[in-house]
Design a protein around this ligand. Structure first.
Ligand SMILES: [Fe+2]
Ligand SMILES: [Fe+2]
Length: 386
């Protein structure tokens, strides 16, 4: 899809809006006749509402969506900047535990040097390779958002913040010799060379190509909302299994960033639901039904993913109960009354998918329990004497 770009005139408007979020709605009144503008509340919460006749209008193009939602993006950008705390990767790495490798007169990595369990290693490598693939995520966001105004500022800022996550995790793992740096580098090369496209699953799904062409932005914000929350959970739980207060502190710091990112995208999706309820719900439903965690491009993704699921770092039940459902509740997806008949059908399909997913989880858990019970009984059975 071609990159949607707002006009220079619009960009100038949005830049000033981004710097004065409290005025954004009254400023918008003169240029967007379809917006109903309400005086800003004292706490400067978003107060843009979309008029019903505009919401019910024909499907919005990607450019219309970006233009109409830009004041909300400006508001949320300002909110993010006011809450994001500056931090430095070097403050989270125990440098005094480091030493040279053989190429500089020291000794190379040996698994005896690592204090991390196999589960912690698998989770750290999976999470780091996921962060390493930032160029892939940047490409998706940059392609579907505008480069102008608040959208452009957000894309740059978000990318810069995400980059810190890979920096600090790699420094920690190399200095503490937590994992084999050669294997890690080879995996990074393989994963980044392959890249990751969360939209590819949607592209393969049964969807009209014209609809798909104008749904890229909505698919992108729906995907990153769930993905940021999933990543936050994975980092938090990885911090726990590392059994190292330094790693835990570092991963909590990263998880706090992911949470703020999630809130930006979740708020954008909420505004999109208000603006174009049917279209936004279609995108949300499509992304959930085809959701893939980043990392599928990583060489050991399946094995490491299974280890992480078994040890409670990230599994299907957490995906449903800690990631998907809380976000759907925040958006009031199952309580809203602004969908058309088409939107109602989409909602029913989504409800059916979620019910089926829950049944799948139950079957998976029952199978896992049966395997664990068989293993336990085998261990109890004494070996036959020869
Ligand atoms: Fe991240
Ligand atoms: Fe993030």
């Amino acid at each position: 899809m071609a990159t949607a770009r707002l006009s220079r005139k619009r960009a100038r408007t949005s830049t000033s809006a981004a710097s004065t979020s409290c005025n954004v709605h009254s400023r918008g009144a003169s240029i967007r006749p379809h917006l109903v503008v309400v005086r800003p509340k004292p706490d400067c919460r978003p107060t843009t509402y979309f008029r019903k006749d505009f919401r019910m209008a024909k499907r919005l193009t990607q450019l219309q969506l970006l233009t109409e939602l830009e004041p909300v993006a400006a508001h949320n950008l300002n909110r993010h900047l006011s809450l994001a705390k500056e931090w430095h990767p070097h403050d989270y790495v125990p440098w005094d535990g480091g030493r040279n490798f053989a190429a500089m007169g020291g000794i190379d990595w040996d698994r005896e040097q690592s204090r991390l369990s196999d589960v912690a290693k698998a989770a750290m490598i999976t999470n780091l390779l996921t962060e390493d693939n930032l160029p892939s995520y940047h490409r998706v966001i940059a392609e579907h958002f505008s480069r102008d105004g608040a959208w452009g500022t957000w894309v740059g800022r978000w990318t810069a913040e995400e980059n810190r996550h890979g920096i600090v995790m790699r420094d920690y793992l190399v200095v503490t010799r937590g994992v084999d740096p050669v294997e890690l580098e080879r995996a990074r090369m393989a994963a980044m060379t392959k890249g990751f496209d969360p939209m590819s699953a949607v592209g393969q799904a049964d969807i009209d190509s014209d609809e798909l062409a104008d749904a890229g932005f909505l698919h992108a914000i729906a995907y990153v909302t769930f993905q940021e929350l999933a990543t936050r959970l994975s980092h938090r739980n990885t911090g726990t299994v590392c059994d190292d207060p330094i790693a835990d502190r570092m991963l909590q710091r990263i998880a706090a960033d992911e949470n703020l990112h999630m809130i930006f995208y979740r708020n954008m999706c909420a505004a999109a639901l208000d603006l174009a309820p049917d279209q936004a719900l279609e995108a949300i439903s499509m992304m959930l039904r085809n959701f893939q965690m980043p990392g599928t491009e990583n060489p050991n993704f399946r094995r490491y993913g299974a280890l992480m699921a078994t040890h409670g770092i990230y599994d299907r039940r957490q995906h449903l109960e800690v990631v998907v459902m809380p976000v759907l509740r925040t958006w009031k997806v199952f309580e809203r009354n602004d969908f058309t008949a088409h939107g109602e059908r989409t909602r029913e399909e989504l409800a059916g998918y979620l019910a089926g997913y829950e049944k799948e989880i139950l079957r998976f858990e029952e199978r896992r329990e049966r395997i664990a019970a068989r293993k336990a009984s085998k261990q109890k059975t004494p070996a036959p004497s020869s």
